[in-house]
Write a protein that binds this ligand. Structure first.
Ligand code: EPU
Length: 419
């Protein structure tokens, strides 16, 4: 157990390098199960979710070598089991990708529902609907989802909700199925495209990723030897952009794809924050007068739900009343009560947070309830007067590589203490 101790009111200044994307990595590592042979994956972030996932793959029989800090080689030749019980997956929320990958490889998969979710139950009915359409029998027994297909056959699947997880999982199951699978109303997130590129690098035939119709023509086998570099983390980049704006700083966020940041960049400009874009960087400079704004979170290319809690902190500093309407997760508002302890004035009305700009926050002990709520509380600590302690750093460690080191290098007064 750990906490971050932050002495606030120090503007962030300088350059920060963004790591590889968490949500790409947690899908691409399981995707490596589909090939008999090695593949080399670069720009892998050192975060807790990745550590856990590597352990799971090794337990399944994969051989993983760490080539350098951010490069690993996974050889799935000797994966010999299709079962990932609860004690293997209980700390890994994205373990549902094992379903698609193991089904694609063995035509069978048994994966336990992951352990208690950080913001409520996450349905996977759309994943299941797709697996069934491809010929898998699905049973749930003793908390384990069991998939079994005599033959996996391409199918036309329309997703009732735009789901990143279902889109990726169905791509994983479909790459070696017989015939063509079409996913309609597919998610368009950058990491969906990243996973498709990785699959294609291994010899798959996936077309249309990044649009709402993806077509996957099944191939007999994938080939080892692929090399793939994970795309930069859109949400980590956004977190630092918001932190720069909130602290009245001047930060250049480097090693990113600015196109992925468009919805945030546009919103920051609307709020009177300085944003300058380069080829692979964005510079964000704070302002004395932050305009109020209304935000609605939506699937990509809309404003990302994962940046909702950090954006709420920034809006506490705006002139007037702002709103954030949550369009993806019902339970995204867990940060609100903790932020109120720091002086924020936020009311939740249904799926909307109504935020009165108070212009300031005061330091307090607070608790991270999930990954992005935790990042938001750290940003709140950076702007608050006095000392803030953010408990439950384990959530933040799930998804941010060297978070406090990166913030310290920008001038933040933040340290980690054991509790
Ligand atoms: N949904 C269903 N049925 C399904 C799947 C999803 O109703 O079968 C609903 C969900 O309840 C939710 C919406 O569809 O309301 C979107 O869920 P989605 O499947 O897109 O989310 P996910 O794949 O489980 C990923 C990210 C989340 C991010 C969401 C939305 C990973 C590992 N997780 O989750 O990231 O919030 O997409 O962009 O990729 C985070 O990084 O902090 C995080 C929570």
């Amino acid at each position: 157990m750990g906490k971050f101790v932050i002495n606030g009111q120090k503007p962030l200044k300088g350059d920060v390098y963004i790591s590889g994307g968490k949500n790409s990595t947690v899908a691409i590592l399981p995707a490596a199960i589909l090939v008999d042979g090695p593949c080399r994956i670069e720009n892998v972030p050192s975060i807790r979710d990745v550590t856990i996932l590597k352990e799971i793959l090794e337990k399944l029989g994969a051989q993983i070598t760490q080539d350098d800090n951010s490069t690993i080689t996974i050889d799935s030749t000797y994966i010999n089991q299709y079962s990932a019980p609860y004690d293997m997956v209980k700390c890994m929320r994205a373990s549902y990708y094992l379903l698609g990958a193991l089904l694609g490889r063995f035509k069978k998969a048994e994966v336990a529902f992951p352990g208690g979710c950080d913001f409520g139950f996450r349905p996977i009915d759309q994943h299941i609907k797709g697996f069934e359409a491809m010929g898998a029998k699905v049973e749930v027994e003793h908390g384990i989802i069991k998939l079994n297909a005599e033959r996996l056959v391409g199918s036309q699947i329309y997703l009732d909700v735009v789901s990143v997880g279902a889109t990726i999982n169905l791509m994983l199951a479909a790459v070696k199925a017989e015939g063509t699978t079409t996913i309609e109303n597919a998610a368009k997130e950058p990491h969906v495209v990243d996973v498709a590129n990785f699959l294609n690098a291994m010899g798959a035939n996936v077309k249309g990723a990044g649009t709402d119709v993806i077509k996957i023509k099944g191939v007999q086998a994938l080939q080892g030897g692929a090399v793939h570099s994970i795309i930069p983390d859109q949400i980590e980049a956004g977190t630092f952009m918001i932190a720069a704006a909130a602290t009245g700083g001047d930060v250049t966020v480097k090693n990113i794809i600015p196109k992925h940041m468009e919805s945030l960049s546009a919103k920051l400009v609307e709020m009177n924050i300085g944003v300058i874009e380069g080829e692979d960087w964005i510079r964000v400079a704070g302002s004395n007068k932050i305009n109020k704004a209304n935000i609605k979170t939506l699937p990509y290319p809309g404003f990302p739900t994962d940046l909702h809690p950090p954006a709420a902190v920034l809006l506490c500093l705006a002139d007037g009343t702002s709103t954030i309407t949550e369009g993806v997760w019902d339970l995204r508002f867990q940060y609100v009560d903790e932020l109120k302890r720091m002086g924020a004035q936020i009311k939740v009305e249904g799926r909307m947070a109504v935020i009165e700009g108070t212009g300031k926050l005061s330091g307090a002990p607070v608790k991270a309830m999930d990954l992005r709520a935790g990042a938001a509380l750290v940003i709140a600590g950076l702007i608050a007067a006095g000392r803030t302690e953010v408990y439950e750093t384990k959530y933040i460690d799930r998804g941010y590589e060297n978070f406090e080191e990166k913030l310290r290098s920008l001038g933040a007064d933040i340290s980690r203490e054991d509790v």
